[in-house]
Design a protein around this ligand. Structure first.
Ligand code: C2E
Ligand code: CA
Ligand code: CA
Length: 541
């Protein structure tokens, strides 16, 4: 309590220091005047005390104040002060005027030197805390921020992976302008937020907030909203990492950003917009808990499938379904595949999972068939599944328990499978293809394989990754890549599907490129069986 009052007092002094200094100068002039009058018995030697007031005014308030104080002091101890107090004799004009001139020079000089000192000091401070190229704060500024140790802060790292390309093509100046626009937007979003530019390709953001999850979407949108700077329309490839922190007294603030940097890099690697940082220990514990509960939850209906229609771009009618897994956990609530599949994939549970999903999807297909709707169904196969020798046999024996024709089944595999163990995956995929299942290459473009490389595998459909879809309206380069990919894939005889369509404009553009089929929130989000059944009854054939 006492500390707060004292801090407030200091803040008040800092705010009003000019007027307080002026009052103090006047006070000194008066006191010194009477002091000299009272004490001087040595022919005015004590007039030197006035220099204290003059240097004080010039140093703190500037040259003009130094000058005025010097004039007043010179007059006070000149014409207004007798040479001899007893006789009352006046001073010689030449004496007091010389003294006044001396005082004026000292007043002006102290004003000049203190101004210079202040300027140099401020400049050094700026150079220490500001990145001179981008004019944004650098890492040293973190030490200047008065963090509230009792409050929660959201911190974010933004890592721009194609910064060098932007600098090469549009120039460094444009890149820095982009960073400045970004800062402006962040400050508009929250005037108290702090933006730090620690490295060429990196931006850190600090926002005071209790629940950071609410802010993520808005911040992501805000960044995505900037797509041109100066005359350049360019595409920024970035990843975001978010974390919530409480600053501890002796902790270096920059150290908290190690976590968000990791998260941002993870987002870039996965081609997703952002990741939240869960510290490694908690994540391990979380995954361990999930693993121990997984098998049990497969038996209950905690793990279930949702379905997203695949749409014919010409007729805009559904022509297929993709099964996507969900886990409704009694305590953790809805868990999305990205949050549990990576852990499952590390273990042999991945086979049990895929087989169970296959069974559920086939069951739904059969239920629909009984309602007169026979629609192809896709399921996602994990990379690890194809490395298991018994996988093919198990899948086929599950399939044989249903009365479904094989060409109704599609298996989606990502390119990475084909890159890592090409011989092994090729032989298994060939078996599936021979059996009549269709093979879809998922997330095409995310990896580095070319269509020419893929030609050796028995592939039916190329599914272009949603990363491209999200950029297509804002980046001409993406348009060119997608257009060329579609053209080549069609030439090679593949069916082409594009995922992640979120608006009509994108759908129309891709239709004009010759793309056959599409998937995305614009048409329909992944939905539960009942919703899909009703939708198909109204829309299929
Ligand atoms: P994926 O196979 O690429 O699936 C597409 C993901 O994009 C789905 O996320 C889907 O909900 C989402 N999506 C669909 N339309 C849009 C759109 O218009 N915009 C955006 N931004 N996203 C859209 P979901 O269901 O969270 O699945 C994520 C990933 O998890 C899948 O990516 C797949 O790799 C994996 N996964 C999902 N279900 C299974 C499964 O049953 N088995 C295996 N092995 N992996 C699965
Ligand atoms: Ca898929
Ligand atoms: Ca995909």
């Amino acid at each position: 309590m006492r500390q707060i009052t004292f801090d407030k007092f200091i803040a008040w002094i800092k705010k009003n220091y000019k007027i307080l200094s002026a009052i103090f100068t006047v006070f000194m002039l008066i006191v010194f005047y009477f002091y000299i009058l009272a004490l001087d018995n040595n022919h005015l030697a004590h007039t030197h005390v006035m220099y204290i007031a003059i240097v004080f005014a010039g140093g703190i308030l500037g040259g003009v104040y130094g000058f005025v104080t010097a004039i007043i002091a010179g007059i006070l101890v000149g014409p207004l002060m007798p040479y001899d107090l007893v006789t009352g004799d006046a001073q010689l004009f030449s004496d007091w005027f010389f003294r006044l001139v001396m005082m004026v020079i000292v007043g002006l000089m102290s004003g000049y030197f203190s101004k210079n000192y202040r300027y140099v000091n401020e400049r050094i401070e700026t150079l220490m805390t500001v990145n001179t190229e981008s004019s944004l704060y650098n890492i040293n500024y973190l030490k200047e921020i008065p963090f509230d140790l009792e409050k929660n802060y959201m911190i974010m790292s933004m890592i721009i992976s194609n910064h060098q390309t932007i600098c090469d093509i549009a120039g460094y100046k444009t890149y820095y302008n982009y960073l400045q626009i970004l800062e402006e937007k962040f400050l508009k979003f929250d005037t108290k937020s702090v933006v730090i530019h620690p490295q060429l390709n990196k931006i850190w953001l600090i926002v005071l907030c209790e629940r950071y999850e609410d802010q993520i979407e808005q911040i992501s949108k805000l960044i995505k909203g900037i797509n041109h700077v100066d005359a350049y329309k360019f595409f920024v490839d970035f990843g975001l990492g978010f974390h919530q922190i409480r600053i501890e007294q002796h902790q270096e603030v920059s150290s908290y950003f190690t976590n968000t940097d990791i998260a941002a890099n993870e987002a870039l690697e996965k081609h997703i917009l952002y990741t939240k940082f869960k510290n490694v220990e908690t994540r391990k514990k979380y995954e361990y808990e999930l693993l121990s509960e997984f098998e049990e939850s497969l038996k209950t209906n905690q793990i279930f499938l949702v379905y997203q229609p695949k749409i014919d771009l010409k007729t805009r009618k559904p022509i297929g379904l993709e099964a996507l897994v969900r886990w409704y956990h009694p305590i953790k609530k809805m868990i999305y595949p990205d949050d549990f599949i990576p852990a499952i994939e590390q273990t042999s549970l991945v086979h049990i999972m895929t087989e169970e999903i296959f069974r559920k999807a086939l069951k739904f297909h059969q239920d629909l068939k009984e309602k007169g709707i026979e629609i192809p169904i896709s399921i996602n196969i994990s990379t690890k599944n194809l490395y298991d020798m018994s996988f093919y046999k198990n899948m086929i024996s599950i399939f044989r328990t249903f009365d479904i024709s094989p060409h109704m089944v599609k298996l989606e595999v990502t390119e990475t499978v084909l890159m890592e163990k090409p011989e092994l995956s090729k032989s298994i995929l060939e078996k599936f293809a021979k059996f009549g299942f269709k093979i879809v290459i998922d997330d095409f473009g995310k990896g580095y394989s070319s269509l020419a490389y893929l030609a050796q595998f028995p592939i039916h459909t190329i599914k272009i990754d949603k990363f491209f879809t999200s950029q297509i309206l804002i980046s001409q380069t993406t348009q060119a890549i997608v257009r060329a990919t579609i053209a080549l894939a069609l030439q090679l005889g593949y069916e082409v599907l594009i995922e992640g369509i979120e608006d009509k404009e994108t759908a129309d553009l891709l239709e004009s490129y010759g793309c056959h089929t599409a998937q995305g929130y614009y048409f329909m989000r992944p939905e539960k069986e009942i919703t899909i059944t009703n939708y198909l009854i109204a829309n299929y054939k």
